[in-house]
Ligand binder design. Sequence first.
Ligand code: SF4
Length: 213
Amino acid sequence: MKKATKKEILEIQKQFVQRYSDAVSELQYKNAYELVIAVALSAQCTDKRVNIITPALFEKYPTVQDLAKAELEDVKKFLNSCSFFNNKAKNIVAMAQRVTQVYDGEIPMNEKDLQTLAGVGQKTAHVVMIEYMGANLMAVDTHVFRVAHRLGLSDDKTAKATEATLVKKFKTDLHVLHQAMVLFGRYICTAKNPKCDECFLTEFCKSKASFKV
Ligand code: SF4
């Protein structure tokens, strides 16, 4: 597949930033505790599903201290419509326990400490920091990966390598670009039947022939 030129990369960046400058995650949360839990639950699960699950979970466990004291089997009941709910339940309870014991009940908002929490890897840490503090970081989920490849921004085989490539190519506004590529991929450049007739980036698309635009 053809690669985007430097000029094209700049124009794609400009278009995304202009159109999505106010974009935020579709996950619903009220504070850092709820955000970390919502992002952790959203792995391999849709934001829509997570938003159905979390209100009852946060009503039962309104603070990180409440969740730290929870019975694992009770937590599983709230999560059972989510993929990998057994592991996710274990992880969020362990995460709450560590936040209570080590971080005085405050979610540590830096990449290194976030990644010491159960179930939080680099991608989750980045998504949390992008959303909560507008950090200049990239995170590559299935939507960002697909969009990056269709626009010729990356030909990398893994999400991690794609992230590194996008950081190198875009450099700035990464938090907006992340949110933009997620929403663009979710609603316009969808995996099946992308809405190429509504797309504002057709002139840069390297895949459009396959979608008969
Ligand atoms: S033209 Fe279609 S395939 Fe290409 S970026 Fe736009 S929506 Fe995606």
